[in-house]
Design a protein around this ligand. Structure first.
Ligand SMILES: *[C@@H]1O[C@H](CO)[C@@H](O)[C@H](O)[C@H]1NC(C)=O
Ligand SMILES: *[C@@H]1O[C@H](CO)[C@@H](O)[C@H](O)[C@H]1NC(C)=O
Ligand SMILES: *[C@@H]1O[C@H](CO)[C@@H](O)[C@H](O)[C@H]1NC(C)=O
Length: 501
């Protein structure tokens, strides 16, 4: 679609290319409002459950309507995490926390998309209220991942085992429980102005779930094993989620007990020898870590606001947030991430754009906190002003939207040239409207193997992105680069709202 069409925006982007190649400031030319609208619309394509009449992405239909029925618990709803049909609550909760944080910080820049952003949050929080409705239990996942991944099947046709997985006092999972508590607390703040009873309900549940997560400490890796690992294995321990949740609960309740928890326990973060898939220890690099697994940088930036309000620039939250900035700033002597020749932030592992969006989110949020008191960060002998942080984030967003050496927008449906063969079951199989007959598990394989473009446009989906040489294959088989995920988009929603201002 539109591969050869040259829009006004696209032409504007082209003229910025020479500058981008030199890693200079990007020239905008981007329609951030359009990108914002699409980044939120994407979540409608990931919906599980009974779709409402307001559904705008109409090629998607109801799915997973019996989730939880085999054990008599209603677990219908929530989001598929990416290109498959499993509901992984751990990354789903992180995506929800980030959607909520986006609204908390940037609601005034969302314009007509604010109600859609709130709908996107509610789609998850309604589900999390169900997943935490049985006292003493938190549901961690619905769907057996090996069975699911073995099929190339529309969510609407699913006949794979929809196994529900839970953690409990005896088999704890503090990371998944605490991240759900963080999501509920952050969402309670997002809804505070728009739906007070719902906001109160979310906050009350967040407190109960946090208490459970903290009282029964343990990792879901140890109890759910092969059902969560290697898919969403918790590599960095659960202490970061407990602290992150407590910081959100403090923000939402202002109860001193949560702030005391945060301050009294934050040193435990240092004890974890964080490992990546590649067994590369994060020595010194944990300051730059922020994603569905590791919350360090987000926890520090979120908490820094509290001490910055008291003009306390020596507190560790500020010191660590500054270290975060110094680990991502290209000109910093303590830079810990890499940059492609075209200027994209790159870290090891797949789905790289999750780092570009999540770290850009923190850069703009922290820049705003610092700007209030005119703070400048010192990275060795390099100075970083709030404006510089914003410029860096803008470069990442513009790159994602098409200001890059291949002139490719990595957001489906944005710009003149964007990925056509994303790794996504629903998008790559004909819709129920086009093909009402069931397409069984292996009957989807020809569609997966096809060299043609996906029939359904998953508008707003941001894929894993190019490699470190700025190259993108647009291949459905190349999962690490062509699969969209909710946690790539969620932080981007906030960043796009900020630049939409
Ligand atoms: C990208 O666009 C610029 C400006 O129109 C053009 O010079 C360049 O050749 C394009 N690059 C690719 C890979 O299409
Ligand atoms: C500021 O931070 C330092 C270091 O954490 C702490 O010792 C001090 O009590 C804080 N001051 C205020 C006013 O919060
Ligand atoms: C920083 O503060 C200045 C002066 O109040 C304001 O004009 C500017 O918009 C602020 N920038 C950000 C990113 O908040």
């Amino acid at each position: 679609m539109g591969k050869t069409r040259s829009s006004r925006v696209f032409v504007g982007v082209g003229t910025a290319m020479a500058l981008m190649a030199a890693m200079a400031v990007s020239v905008s030319g981007h329609d951030y409002g359009d990108a914002l609208r699409k980044s939120i619309l994407f979540f409608e394509g990931q919906r599980s459950g009974k779709l409402p009449p307001s559904q705008r992405m109409t090629w998607r239909k109801d799915s997973g309507l019996r989730d939880g029925a085999q054990i008599g618990v209603d677990l219908v709803g929530g989001y598929y995490d990416a290109g498959d049909n499993v509901k992984f609550n751990f990354p789903m909760a992180f995506s929800t926390t980030m959607l909520a944080w986006s609204v908390v910080e940037f609601r005034r820049s969302m314009g007509p998309d604010l109600p859609h952003a709130l709908d996107a949050i509610r789609w998850a929080t309604d589900y999390f209220l169900k997943a935490t409705s049985v006292p003493g239990i938190v549901f961690a996942q619905v769907g057996e991942p090996y069975g699911d991944h073995n099929c190339w099947e529309r969510p609407e046709d699913m006949d794979t085992p929809r196994t529900p997985y839970a953690v409990s006092a005896q088999f704890p999972g503090s990371e998944v429980s605490a991240e759900i508590a963080a999501a509920l607390a952050a969402a309670s703040l997002a809804f505070r102005h728009d739906d007070r009873p719902y906001s109160r309900q979310l906050l009350k549940r967040a407190e109960t779930v946090f208490e459970f997560a903290d009282k029964y400490k343990g990792s879901y890796n140890d109890h759910l094993g092969p059902s969560v690992c290697p898919f969403y294995c918790d590599f960095s321990g659960y202490v970061d989620e407990l602290l992150w949740a407590a910081s959100w609960l403090y923000k939402a309740t202002k109860a001193p007990k949560y702030w005391n928890y945060v301050v009294d326990n934050r040193h435990y973060l240092n004890y974890y020898n964080l490992k990546t898939f590649y067994s590369v220890p994060f020595v010194g690099g944990s300051f730059a870590e922020f994603g569905w697994d590791t919350k360090h940088a987000g926890f520090n930036v979120l908490s820094s606001k509290v001490v910055l309000k008291n003009n306390n620039y020596t507190d560790n939250f500020v010191v660590n947030s500054d270290k975060f900035v110094c680990s991502v700033l290209p000109e910093s002597p303590t830079k810990y991430v890499s940059y492609s020749p075209g200027g994209l932030l790159v870290k090891p592992g797949g789905s790289n754009l999750q780092h570009a969006t999540a770290l850009s989110f923190l850069l703009v949020v922290y820049a705003r906190y610092l700007n209030r008191t005119n703070q400048v960060i010192q990275c060795g002998n390099v100075k970083a002003t709030p404006d510089r942080l914003i410029q860096l984030a803008k470069g990442q967003v513009d790159y994602i939207l098409g200001s890059n050496p291949t002139n490719m927008s990595y957001m489906v449906g944005y710009g003149g040239k964007f990925p056509q063969k994303i790794h996504h079951r629903g998008s790559s199989l004909p819709s129920l409207d086009q093909h009402p007959q069931r397409i069984g598990c292996k009957d989807g394989t020809p569609y997966f193997a096809s060299s043609g473009p996906n029939p359904n446009q998953l508008t707003g989906a941001v894929v894993g992105g190019p490699n470190i040489q700025d190259w993108y294959d647009d291949s459905r088989v190349d999962i690490a680069h062509s699969e969209p995920t909710t946690y790539i988009n969620a932080p981007l929603v906030g960043v796009l709202a900020f630049f939409n201002n």
